[in-house]
Ligand binder design. Structure first.
Ligand code: LMR
Length: 389
């Protein structure tokens, strides 16, 4: 039967990991996949995580199954971090394998509630969003969100798309640190958006994968929290892969705010049923680490401090880049690890082949891949391919 299968291209972003690894050049720069790097270029295990792992190693007595919802203490402990004040029994959630697992489960939940539902998606967006939406039989409706050439966020296009939507539609939103544009709504825009969504009966599905890596834990959650206090129903795909540096452990959660407690119970049972047919039960180790950190006031303080310093480092790189090349001044105003440079394909290829600078084919760069000391060489490489012109 396999002869019917056409070969699929490798995921372009993930393929960069191998290309970079195999490049022998000194001074090569990996601005590709979205992992945090420190000022030495390493992606370290966070101190709070290491300590939690030590505690787990010493205290765990069983690896027996937990069930399709995963570690519910982890799911509960994350709520005040993500949502601030506890919205109470209308909020439910389950553990998922990473933010991608949460997005997939959320999309399947939407499809279960409303097969083929329309999901409004601003472009550009993370390359995995559209395939996940389509794979679950939902209808993707794209609208412009960010113009790379002028580096401007098109709030009018977002509100126009919502104004043209029908009750029961869904809108996918980046909670913070927009991937790939680094362009976030300001607080006043979130307020307007929440009101508009309530008026139109449109449900937000928030991808919150970088909380704490932009303006800080609370500021990065402003929009998500505003939606939660304004709307009857909200879905949130949460990832701890970045803000706990747990990438390969795959640590996420899907939360749903439902109209009432009974509806929340029904939602949770559907999440559990969908998890069961996908992965049966999520992998435990990463969520157990996050739970162990959040159960300890001391470890939580260490984690928050380390995360703050990670965010500050990315902001310092942004500032250094804006200083070194005034035509890129906008980069200092953007949030999180990513920005997208308006580069032609040929320039991106020359940067990789001639200068050892690796970035996504869209022109997205991971600022955390740069040390402040790399900035002059990076700006020189950009100039050598004629950017910013
Ligand atoms: C990224 O956008 O680089 C990360 O979210 C990694 C991924 O899975 O694509």
């Amino acid at each position: 039967m396999f002869e019917t299968l056409a070969e699929q291209p490798a995921d372009a972003l993930l393929a960069l990991i191998g290309l970079f690894r195999d490049d022998p050049r000194q001074g090569k720069l990996d601005l590709g996949v979205g992992v945090y790097r420190d000022e030495t270029g390493a992606t370290p295990i966070m101190a709070a995580v290491k300590e939690a792992e030590r505690i787990l190693l010493e205290t765990r007595t069983s690896k027996s199954y937990l069930g399709p919802e995963g570690d519910l203490a982890y799911v509960d402990l994350l709520k005040p971090i993500a949502f601030g004040a506890d919205p109470g029994p209308r909020l439910t959630g389950v553990q998922t394998p990473g933010g991608t697992g949460a997005l997939r489960l959320g999309a399947e939940l939407i499809a279960m509630a409303k097969p083929g539902a329309r999901v409004l998606v601003g472009t550009p967006t993370w390359p995995n969003h559209a395939p996940i939406i389509k794979a679950t039989g939902l209808t993707l409706v794209a609208h412009p969100f960010f113009d790379v050439a002028t580096q401007t966020l098109d709030f009018a296009a977002l509100t126009a798309a919502i104004a043209a939507s029908a009750p029961g539609d869904v809108v996918l939103l980046h909670g913070c640190c927009h991937n790939p544009a680094g362009a976030d709504l300001c607080d006043a825009q979130w307020d307007d958006l929440a009101r508009l969504l309530a008026e139109r009966g449109v449900t937000p599905f928030v991808d919150l994968a970088y909380q704490g890596l932009g303006r800080g834990l609370d500021a990065d959650a402003y929009g998500t929290r505003r939606l939660m206090t304004t709307l009857p129903e909200v879905l949130v795909a949460y990832s701890c892969d970045k803000n706990f540096g747990l990438y390969r452990e795959r640590v996420g959660a899907l939360y749903a705010l439902a109209a009432d407690e009974a509806s929340a119970a029904a939602v949770k049972s559907n999440m559990a049923a969908l998890a069961r047919v996908n992965w049966s039960m999520p992998p435990d180790h990463g969520a157990a680490i996050v739970r162990t950190v959040l159960e300890s006031a001391e470890l939580t303080a260490i984690w928050r401090d380390e995360l703050d310093r990670m965010g500050a480092r990315v902001r310092a790189v942004r500032a250094a880049l804006a200083d070194a090349e005034p035509k890129l001044a906008w980069i200092a105003d953007q949030q999180g690890m990513f920005s997208t440079l308006p580069l032609a394909r040929s320039q991106i290829e020359r940067l990789r082949l001639d200068h050892g600078v690796y970035m996504a084919g869209s022109g997205r760069i991971n600022l955390a891949g740069l040390r402040v000391g790399d900035v002059p060489a990076f700006v020189e490489a950009l100039a050598a391919v004629g950017f910013p012109g």
